[in-house]
Design a protein around this ligand. Structure first.
Ligand SMILES: [Zn+2]
Length: 338
């Protein structure tokens, strides 16, 4: 945390009301106890001090983190559902906030508020917690299926089937690579064949850099438009430049899913052409393309080792210590290539 701040400090200055100018600041983390609704809550507070006058200064992102961390501790103390746990429910059952609200007969804004940090009542919290059990979720879904869209119902049903061990669901393959594809396609992103290849490549790179192992064993090739996992290319090439429509289910550990969520958060908002510019700006693809003309086909493999080394450097250089910070890198790429 401290290291990360140090690097940001070189770029970011904040306003100090005592010096009346933008200044650099030092960051320390101190345990602090505060009172929330009559409950004493202790959390690790990030504090920022002006390097010139040593008064405390306001850094917005740190303030947001502090409020969040205080809220986490408060909920822990009261046994209330955490924001993360609500997010996990949505992801586990492949539903959105609107669908969950409709199923429960709550206003959507209620769920949104809880996800933004408002504290749910014990009753509401317990109701949400009970949904962690797929059987409870299933009966809620079946009871209220006419309240949600047909697509939402089917997606949720499919997700439930994985937990309830029911058959009659498509499976698009058993390898981690295939399951990774299925996961990317199960989310609400428009993923074209071109974009999918890049997402796979970044998933492999950051999984190695953050988890110390390869996500999948397959190698990619340095094609004209970027890294390509050829068997996946063949499977979806008929979609051309359109988003892939696919109803496969996935089977991946929580730990892999969280990494893939980080990849989607960082790269899912860019289209295939922009992602192509990203990978064209990076060493592994360029190294495998040495001696090739821009439009010259090639089946040269981008070695997993080259990918591993490159992304290990990336996480060090940008102080990326968890999946939520991967977008620090994609934002930098965006500024660089656009
Ligand atoms: Zn100052």
């Amino acid at each position: 945390m401290n290291n990360k701040k140090k690097e940001f400090k070189e770029i970011n200055k904040v306003y100090c009301e005592f010096c009346d100018e933008d200044i650099e600041y030092d960051t320390v983390i101190e345990e602090e106890t505060i009172n929330i609704n009559g409950i004493e809550v202790t959390f690790n507070k990030i504090k920022d001090y002006c390097v010139d006058c040593h008064n405390e200064v306001y850094v917005e992102e740190d303030n947001i983190t502090n409020v969040k961390n205080a809220n986490i501790e408060y909920r822990k103390k009261l046994g209330l559902i955490q924001v993360d746990e609500i997010n996990s429910l949505l992801s586990k059952y492949n539903i959105g906030k609107t669908t969950l609200a409709s199923l429960l007969g709550w206003g959507e804004i209620t769920i949104v508020r809880y996800m933004e940090g408002s504290t749910p009542s014990k009753d509401y919290s317990d109701t949400l917690k009970s949904l962690d059990d797929p059987r409870t979720m299933k009966s809620l879904l079946e009871k209220n299926k006419e309240k949600v869209t047909d697509i939402a119902y089917k997606k949720c049903k499919k997700a439930l089937n994985q937990y309830l061990d029911e058959t009659s669901i498509d499976n698009c393959g058993d390898t981690v690579l295939e399951n990774t594809v299925s996961y990317f396609l199960s989310k609400d992103y428009e993923v074209t064949p071109l974009a999918l290849q890049k997402l796979l490549y970044y998933a492999q790179g950051f999984y190695y850099a953050l988890r110390g192992d390869y996500l999948f064993r397959e190698d990619c090739e340095a094609w004209v438009h970027g890294p390509v996992y050829t068997e996946i290319y063949s499977r979806y090439k008929s979609f051309g430049y359109d988003p892939i429509k696919n109803e496969c289910i996935y089977n991946l550990s929580e730990e892999k899913v969280s990494l893939l969520d980080g990849i989607l958060k960082a790269f899912g908002c860019y289209n295939g052409k922009i992602l192509e510019k990203f990978t064209h700006s990076e060493m592994p693809w360029n190294k495998a393309r040495v001696g090739k003309k821009d439009d010259e086909p090639s089946n040269e493999i981008i070695s997993k080792k080259a990918i591993a080394e490159y992304f290990t450097n990336v996480v060090e250089k940008y102080n990326i210590s968890n999946v939520y910070d991967i977008d620090i890198y994609s934002s930098t790429l965006k500024d660089k290539v656009l």
